[in-house]
Design a protein around this ligand. Structure first.
Ligand code: NAG
Ligand code: NAG
Ligand code: NAG
Length: 481
């Protein structure tokens, strides 16, 4: 009797569960990936196009939507797309990175099945293999809130995606060959905004209205600063977290990061520069797009607005000013702050330090002295079929050892559902971005110097944002965390 009741309620539960799943809409995409000529910096290049487009088509969806993306690879190389910031809940084999997803062979197709479960916000996708990102293949992802969930600002009059980043005139295969030859990448040749250089892209606005700009750094090597001449930006969202709505005149956006700002067209009717420039580089690269008032007859003139170039404290202070709005709703109707992340007890601390050793005469990059080498068998396949000798659990230490760099197909074990404190340590003199693929995390602190357990006293355990990518600035002589 008791058992039956249990069974009934279990069935009911399963029934409800399937109802809930069935209610989440499906969106289907068919993407043909080809090479095509593009001229972003005025010279002809072999671009990677999706359905003939560079950048690729945008994915517009709503919290909990199922995304079915059929990708046909017409390149002559294996291809994969990664969904930057999409949380792959127990779904890591759809993640589109080496190791979790088999590459799509040339001439073949693969259908990604994803759900943007409990997510809102601005993200992007990009090709993850073979330096393809240097040729395009990226595009925006926009996850809107469900109609019943309050959004902490009035609906904007328009919603623009800004995919910005550094760009090389070299073919992606040539760049790859430089890296494979054991050398560093050259300095980028320029910056692009939505695939265009100087004044190549125009955002048209109506005077008096407010617009949302979703800005992502889709580049390969440099942090960027984003600003709009004569206009302030109100930050409202960072990688799926609604933020305190601070006002900025320019924003640093590090590799792989995404920000949403509101901009009100409250200035005299004319055209204004939208400027993007590189951070912490010499020389500084800049490019511009146009903010065009629909009633404007005045073109842009003069130099674009200047921005910060090498100021690290400025950047750290700005990063620390980005905080969660605890009373605003996220993907669910309850406020973001009702999830008290500061009360969670972590059961493990992992420290990851990056460095750049030369191994066997080649420039490599390493984490805790281990420079990853891909195996012939994809790691997930080896794991599923229990094929020995492909990778070794624990072959990367979970703290820096200071030892010499070595090559390894390294995998770090972790227990399902445990809470982990991860400390990233940057021992290089360049800014590093860390992205945890398929997850988001709370950025509780960052500072110059070495991390120690005492650093925990300075953690923000109340209102930092949950995000998928964070940066580690670096003072040239000191490490930072
Ligand atoms: C590949 O494309 C064919 C033809 O459109 C389709 O029948 C098949 O299901 C696709 N395979 C995958 C894995 O998506
Ligand atoms: C936080 O969000 C609420 C909406 O829930 C909004 O009224 C409030 O202005 C926001 N606070 C800040 C400081 O942005
Ligand atoms: C964390 O640990 C403390 C002390 O052991 C305990 O009181 C608290 O309930 C724990 N918090 C959670 C969320 O488990």
């Amino acid at each position: 009797m008791g058992d039956n009741r249990f069974l009934c309620s279990l069935l009911l539960f399963l029934f409800l569960l399937s109802c809930v799943n069935a209610e989440d809409p499906y969106r289907f995409f068919t993407w043909k990936v080809t090479y095509g000529d593009i001229y972003p910096l005025g010279v002809k290049q072999r671009g990677i196009l999706i359905n003939g487009q560079f950048p690729g088509p945008q994915i517009d969806c709503v919290t909990n939507d199922n995304l079915i993306v059929s990708v046909y690879n017409y390149l002559d190389e294996p291809f994969l797309i990664s969904w930057n910031g999409i949380q792959q809940r127990r779904n890591s084999w759809q993640d589109g990175v080496y190791g979790t997803n088999c590459p799509i062979p040339p001439g073949k197709n693969f259908t990604y099945v994803l759900q943007v479960k409990d997510q809102i916000g601005s993200f992007f996708y990009f090709p993850s293999l073979g330096f393809h990102k240097a040729a395009g293949g990226f595009g925006g992802i926009k996850i809107n809130s469900r109609p019943m969930i309050p959004v902490p600002f009035p609906p904007p009059a328009g919603d623009f995606t800004v995919l910005a980043g550094d760009w090389f005139k070299n073919d992606h295969a040539a760049l790859r060959a430089i890296l494979d030859g054991g050398h560093n990448l050259p300095f980028p040749d320029g910056l692009l905004i939505n695939g265009r250089a100087w004044n190549g892209y125009t955002f048209t606005v109506d005077q008096g209205k407010t617009y949302r700009f979703r800005i992502s750094n889709v580049g390969l090597t440099t942090s960027i600063n984003f600003r709009i001449a004569g206009h302030k930006m109100k930050l409202v969202e960072v990688e799926g977290s609604h933020t305190l709505q601070n006002t900025y005149s320019s924003l640093d956006i590090h590799l792989g990061q995404s920000y949403s700002v509101l901009v009100t067209a409250d200035q005299p009717a004319q055209d204004y520069y939208i400027a993007v420039s590189t951070r912490f580089t010499s020389p500084v690269l800049t490019t511009t797009a146009i903010l065009h008032y629909s009633n404007s007859y005045v073109r842009v003139s003069g130099p674009p607005p200047g921005g910060p170039t090498i100021q690290i404290d400025w950047s750290l202070n700005q990063a620390r000013s980005i905080r969660w709005n605890l009373t605003a709703s996220g993907p669910r109707p309850n406020p973001q702050g009702s999830y008290h992340y500061g009360l969670i007890n972590t059961s493990r601390t992992i420290r990851l330090a990056n460095n750049a050793p030369v191994i066997n005469g080649k420039q490599r990059y390493a984490v805790n002295s281990v420079s990853f080498v891909p195996a012939d068998t994809p790691l997930k396949v080896a794991d599923y079929y229990k094929i020995p000798g492909v990778f070794y659990l624990g072959s990367i230490p979970d703290h820096p050892t200071g030892g010499g760099g070595y090559l390894q197909t390294s995998v770090m074990p972790a227990d399902f559902r445990t809470y982990v404190e991860i400390v990233f340590e940057n021992w290089e003199d360049t800014v590093q971005s860390w992205h945890i693929d398929g997850y988001s995390f709370f950025v509780v602190g960052m500072d110059g110097g070495s991390w120690s357990p005492a650093s925990r006293n300075g953690y923000n355990l109340r209102d930092t944002v949950a995000r998928c990518t964070t940066q580690f600035e670096s003072y040239s002589e000191h490490p930072c965390w």
